[in-house]
Each structure stands twice: as structure tokens, then as C-alpha cells.
Design a protein around this ligand. Sequence first.
Ligand SMILES: [Zn+2]
Length: 311
Amino acid sequence: MANVTQLNPGTWQISLPFQGQYDIIGSYLIAGNNELALIDPGPGSTIEALLPSIRDAGFDPKEVTHLLATHIHLDHAGSVGSLLRYMPKAKVYAHSKGVPHLVDTTKVVASATRIYGERMQELWGEIEPTPSERIQALEGGTVLSVAGRRLEVHYTPGHAVHHVIFFDVHSGELFAGDVAGVRLQKIDYVRPPTPPPDIDLEAWNESLDTLKKLRPDVLYIAHFGPTRNAAYHIEQLRKRLTKWGEIVLDAMRRGYDEQDLIPLFINNTQYELERATTEPDAVQRYEIAANYAMSVQGYMRYWRKKHPERL
Ligand SMILES: [Zn+2]
């Protein structure tokens, strides 16, 4: 049962083992009214851990009715196409901008292969297409009736153009995906996950305003777990997101290329994480959740694409 934590009578958290480590990638399971929904079912490489975890929570994976993706990054939704074989009743829900990449995974596979090369299979497992008739496209403003709950869908770009959050107004639970950042358990440090190609600081700030206005009782973040002090958490992320962007912009203006910028960036940022915890493997675990190289690449692309006048 260790990989499954019951958070309240209708909500479970599942920890998926990624690169040999637990409590870095998580899914949430909600149940009610004879429906069973998984939020961010994870990458294809963790299906073998996901299925028994659903059973440990007391359910049959065959009974899953909804696969809800906060966004279609591989660590959140890479498994959905494959999972449908195990979940004959399930439908996939994702933002309309992500849907084409679930139906045709060619581009996603090609760009991930450019980044991960030989490690593709080990990291992500199978990335199978999802038949369009089994997908429902979401937009901000959609209200879903799922597992006895009313889940509001809010469009929250910034980390990804196809990112949404799911908010249960009655319980105050907010399923936040990556827009609320990365914060591993028991460490008071929120890291902005800023991989290419979609990073947009203005959009992300607006999305953080959206989250704040909802006044959630708890943020369920994907990497990893519940966070109760939402306002504090959001402001910590907002500050760091801006500060990191300025570090990258400043270095770009001084002529740094990517290769030199990455170590400079680590020098200027990592000490804050080291200060926030005494856990010896914290740096490595945060790096698995959202690595520095991709953070730098994401910011560099943002500045070049959105603000060439500042370079
Ligand atoms: Zn993501």
C-alpha cells in the first residue's frame, strides 16, 4: 500500500516510480457515483506500477471512466493511449490544444527522441496514439461532472499552452499539474519547471492569478503531493519564476550561449534549494522532476521568441 495514500474519503494519491525514485511523479485518483477518474496518469513507463496501485486503493483499473490530463507532457499523460487497452470504459480529457498530439503522437515522439535519444524507452515507455472518439477536448470554463464532483476546468497556460487545472469548488481541492511548480515533500522550496517550447511568463503570471483567486484549500501538485498554504506557495513560485527569467536574460545580454549559461544558472540558483533542506539527495530529486538544462533552454526560447527587443 506504500505507493497509495488516501487523502480523504474520495481521493487517493499514487506515487509512480520514476528513474528508480518515488514521490517525484504522482497521479490522483478520485472515486464516487460509480465513476473512477485518474488525474495525470503518468508516463507509459510507469503503467506497470499504476495498475496495481489502483487495485491497492480498492478499485479495478477496468472501472476507470475518466483520464484527465492537466497537460500532455509525457510525465503526465504519456500513458493515456496505452491505458485505454486496460480501461475499456475510459475517456481521455485534455485541452483542445493538446488533443491533436494525443491523436497523432508523431511530433511528440520525434521531439522527445531528439532530447532523450536512447533513453526514450526507459524514461517514457510506449507513447501510443489515442483514438479521437475516445477524447473529449476541454476549454477553460468547461464544468465536468466526474465521480460525483463538479470539477471546474480553468485554462492555465504559461508552463504549457495546453495546460488546464481542475478545481472542485465544494471541497476546495485544486488539481494543479505543473502550473503550480515543483515542490517535493517536506521541502519548503518551489521550483519553476520551465522546459521549452511553451514557456510564457506573462501567461504564467495570469494563470497564477487565476489559481490564487480560486482560493483553494489544497493544491495537488504533480511533483509532488498536497500543499495547503496555497497563497504562500504561489507567491514563492511567482517570485522565483521572474528571478530565474532575469538571470537568463541578463546572461544572454552579456553574450552567454546555452552551454555556458547552464553552469552560471546553477551557480546563481541552486544555493536556495540547498539552503531549504538538509536532505542530501534533494538537488538530484528536484533535477529528476525538472532539470536545469531544460529550464535554461525554456527561458532562452521565451526571451528570443516573445521579447527579442530586450536582448
Ligand atoms: Zn509539464
